[in-house]
Design a protein around this ligand. Structure first.
Ligand code: NDP
Ligand code: 8X3
Length: 252
């Protein structure tokens, strides 16, 4: 019997990570699903393992907790990974630097930069030769917009770390890709505005934002390239968003 590929996805409880996991399951990957919300992880793992007859494992940990990340990486059942998807991340707040909440800055830097590093440090040793890393960056890692300051800095760091990984993992024949989406309708804005639904919904008013499945399809594309082709970097925007700060909205 042909051995199935195995992928680990962080941030699988919602948004991009969940859609990526669903597509990988359809494509017959075994999965390790990570996130903090254990009930959601287990519900998804059950649905995917039953629906697609794959093996689905859950690892519930906070990417900011390096001890928890390290001990998750030592679970005996991890085995060898073919794909690591560093997706977990968030924005908190939209204040200017002179009025910013320092706790918000720390949450973003601890999650998006240090969390991605902890996951990479402890799970990359399990990634097999010829494997693949996909980091979810952002248009905020290519440009800066008013109020984006620390979030943009954290995603610029993801851009730099993706380049660093590509250089350092070349020796192990591991391909490293980054996907940089523009505005996408997930739980992202609800988290950014700390549960304020009206404010979160207003971000997507009058615009056809990206959907999580658009990013999951980009992951499928990257993973289905032949061995000699690496998609280094993909910027994917809604058609109505020309840059991080400039969009065309319908009047509603
Ligand atoms: P969601 O809020 O829908 O999903 C975020 C995921 O990250 C959740 O599964 C959440 O899981 C996980 N996560 C957040 N913090 C932690 C943590 N401390 N430890 C473990 N897991 C964590 O947002 P998106 O799907 O939109 O975001 C996914 C990625 O895409 C992020 O890196 C984001 O920055 C990036 N992005 C988003 C864009 C957008 O407009 N939506 C555009 C460009 C990039 P849980 O809460 O269960 O831990
Ligand atoms: C999320 C996209 O434009 O809100 O990374 O920064 S944006």
């Amino acid at each position: 019997m042909e051995k199935r590929m195995k992928a680990l996805v962080t941030g699988a409880t919602s948004g991009f990570g969940k859609a990526i996991a669903e597509n990988l399951a359809k494509n017959n990957y075994d999965l390790i699903l990570c996130g903090r919300r254990t009930a959601r992880l287990e519900e998804l793992a059950n649905a995917l393992s039953l629906g697609y007859n794959i093996h689905c494992q859950t690892l519930s940990f906070d990417v900011r907790d390096k001890t928890a990340v390290e001990s998750a990486s030592k679970s005996v059942s991890i085995g060898e990974l073919d794909v690591l998807i560093n997706n977990a991340g968030l924005a908190v707040g939209l204040s200017t630097i002179d009025k910013g909440e320092i706790d918000d800055w720390e949450r973003m830097l601890d999650t998006n930069v240090k969390g991605l590093l902890y996951v990479s440090r402890f799970f990359l040793p399990s990634l097999k030769r010829g494997g693949q890393v996909i980091n979810i960056g952002s248009i905020a890692g290519k440009e800066v917009y008013p109020g984006g300051n620390v979030y943009c800095a954290s995603k610029h760091a993801v851009d730099a770390l993706s380049k660093a990984m590509r250089i350092e993992l070349l020796e192990r024949d591991i391909k490293v890709s980054q996907i940089c989406p523009g505005m996408a309708e997930t739980e992202f804005s609800l988290v950014r505005f700390k549960g304020d639904e009206a404010r979160a919904n207003s971000v997507y008013k009058g615009i056809d934002a990206l959907m999580a499945v658009d990013i999951a399809e980009a992951v499928d594309f990257i993973l289905s390239r032949p061995k000699h082709v690496c998609i280094n970097d993909l910027i994917i925007m809604p058609s109505a968003q020309a840059s991080a700060a400039i969009s065309k909205r319908r009047s509603e």
